[in-house]
Design a binder for this molecule. Structure first.
Ligand SMILES: [Zn+2]
Ligand SMILES: [Zn+2]
Length: 276
């Protein structure tokens, strides 16, 4: 980040602190200030807690975490969100991002932890934002759109022939990793059980599952089977909050993942592999 961006961020923060209305011309400035705030270049000036507070302040002031942000390195160009931008900056510092933890010095470990906590925080904010937006949509249509997208990846559409309606209007849902929040430079694969969330790696898939999707995924399962046995599935939901039982138990669909993976990746989304 340049000095200009730093100065710009300071200016926006000061305006906000003095009660400026972020919905007026400031909103665009707040958006780019958000990018500056999540950049590693800004970290010397504030503690982790202060940076998180600043991100929250900018979001409250109307910064759109989903607004397109150009990412560029060498010949590679892509457009992502503020979260993609934050990861992009994070991975540019290869020393911190790619050195085994125990090799890093104590101060480097601290830098790493600070960066990770900020990334985690903005990922949560992004997910909240997307979930909120998706709630405004027709849920059945959204579900179908996501399934159709998954079908393109797994080429189910070929096998099923005419059963998938090509003319169907798909909702332009935002496709991102449910766990880390990235949407560019990653290969996104759907949850093999519900096809409603996507993850970018096996690590993200496992973490998303154990941290929250296990509940939601069985939640959507519960909705569909609610006429049959609502109490039983609700009890199952509770049981699955901790422990690993739910991981393999559900319908044995897990083995399909391998097949999906090898065939996926032909989607039209712009990629740059830098972040992998
Ligand atoms: Zn991910
Ligand atoms: Zn699922």
């Amino acid at each position: 980040m340049s000095h200009i961006a730093c100065a710009h961020l300071q200016a926006v923060v000061e305006l906000l602190e003095h009660g400026a209305d972020p919905n007026l011309p400031l909103s665009r400035a707040v958006g780019s200030a958000l990018c500056a705030a999540v950049s590693t270049a800004y970290e010397q000036q504030r503690t982790a807690a202060q940076r998180i507070a600043l991100v929250d302040k900018l979001l409250e002031a109307g910064a759109n975490i989903l607004a397109p942000v150009p990412l560029r390195e060498g010949q590679t160009k892509a457009v992502g969100t503020a979260v993609d931008y934050a990861y992009f900056k994070y991975y540019q510092d290869t020393r911190i991002a790619h050195t085994p933890y125990h090799v890093l010095s104590a101060s480097e470990q601290e830098v790493l932890q600070t960066r990770r906590s900020l990334l985690e925080h903005i990922t949560v904010k992004l997910r909240e934002c997307v979930i909120l937006k998706e709630k405004e949509w027709d849920q059945e249509k959204l579900r179908r759109s996501k399934k159709l997208d998954s079908a393109v990846h797994t080429r189910v559409s070929k096998k099923k022939g005419g059963s998938l309606c090509v003319e169907e209007v798909r909702l332009p849902f935002f496709k991102y990793c449910y766990q880390c929040g990235r949407s560019v430079g990653v290969q996104l694969l759907p949850c093999t059980r519900c096809h409603e969330v996507f993850t970018c790696s096996e690590t993200c898939r496992r973490n998303a599952w154990s941290q929250q999707h296990r509940q939601e995924c069985s939640g959507s399962l519960e909705k569909r089977t609610s006429q049959a046995a609502p109490d039983a599935s609700r009890a199952g939901l509770k049981k699955n909050v901790t422990g690993k039982k739910g991981e393999k138990g559900r319908e044995g669909k897990e083995d399909r993942r391998g097949g999906t993976k090898s065939k996926a990746g032909t989607g039209g989304r712009e990629r740059h592999r830098k972040n992998n």
